[in-house]
Design a protein. Structure first.
Length: 307
């Protein structure tokens, strides 16, 4: 009866406390990463909306949204370069030449192009939709992520999760009906339909890019900073192309930094660092989220599509 007594003795209060401390430390890092991501995303939506609808200086024209996207991608690359150098100082040049600028990095062109388009669409959406309406509608990225996770990652969805997704669609529809009603009652230069189209396009690109990016991560052992640099190089290129195509004439005539003020720079830095926060969430919360709940994983992937 007491044959296994010696095996039970090592389970002391000190060992239990150590295990609990390790679990709390891991949970704290995950919760901290998710908390920072939620705060960053909320702040970005509010600041971007305000920067596109309220003029800080009446004499200054509105800044060109595509230039802000280019600056955000540039800042993101600079931060990643510094972080990579601090992480691998002895093989920094080797990492840039053979890891960042490798043929394998070409696969990152697909999500990078979608991120560049999505960032431009967000400016269009928040220029034509209220922040609350945008935030609710933008949750449709959870639906697109669920669909693409089935197609690209081979995941399954149970009945309860499908019901939750249907309720999400109903809620978004009700919000949009209220937005349309307020638009008819008030005279405004905003175009809610254009904003809705931009949000829906962003949701689809977010879901596909997030799932595609996770699929690539399963086949590579590169560090987080190398992956972000690979994305950043292509995202910067696509952002410059989008700026030249859509606003090239205006940039040449009025200047790249026309209409920039302190709030514009806050939006740019927030958007740039937001992609790095997503990487932190994927690193600290991604694996645990996959094991705990599929819905949590969808949310993580949805934010991963917002780089």
């Amino acid at each position: 009866m007491f044959r296994n007594k010696e095996r039970l003795l090592p389970i002391t209060s000190s060992n239990t406390s150590l295990a609990s401390e390790q679990m709390m430390h891991g949970a704290t890092r995950k919760q901290l990463a998710l908390g920072i991501l939620v705060a960053q995303n909320t702040a970005l939506v509010l600041m971007l909306r305000y920067s596109r609808t309220a003029k800080v200086d009446d004499d200054e024209p509105m800044y060109i949204a595509s230039t802000a996207v280019v600056m955000a991608e540039m800042i993101k690359m600079i931060v990643c370069l510094i972080a990579l150098y601090l992480e691998q100082p002895l093989r920094f040049r080797h990492a840039i030449r053979y890891d960042v600028l490798s043929k394998e990095a070409l696969k990152m062109a697909v999500p990078a192009g979608l991120y560049a388009l999505q960032n431009n669409w967000l400016y269009v959406a928040l220029s034509n939709l209220e922040a609350a309406a945008f935030q609710v509608t933008y949750q449709l990225k959870t639906l697109s992520t669920a669909v693409f996770s089935i197609v690209l990652l081979g995941r399954t969805i149970d009945t309860t999760q499908w019901i939750a997704l249907v309720l999400l669609m109903i809620g978004v529809t009700l919000v949009q009906l209220q937005v349309e009603q307020r638009t008819l009652e008030t005279s405004t230069s905003e175009n809610p339909f254009l904003g809705l189209v931009a949000v829906l396009a962003s949701c689809v690109s977010s879901g596909f890019a997030g799932c595609y990016f996770e699929r690539l991560l399963k086949r590579t052992t590169a560090s987080m900073w190398i992956r972000n640099l690979q994305l950043g190089v292509f995202a910067f290129m696509f952002s410059v192309i989008a700026m030249a195509t859509n606003d090239g004439t205006q940039v040449m005539e009025q200047g790249f930094f026309i209409g920039y003020h302190w709030l514009t720079w806050l939006v740019i830095f927030n958007q740039a660092l937001g992609g790095l926060v997503v990487s932190m969430v994927v690193k600290y919360a991604g694996d645990a989220a996959k094991k705990e709940n599929t819905c949590i994983n969808w949310l993580t992937l949805s934010y991963d599509g917002d780089r």
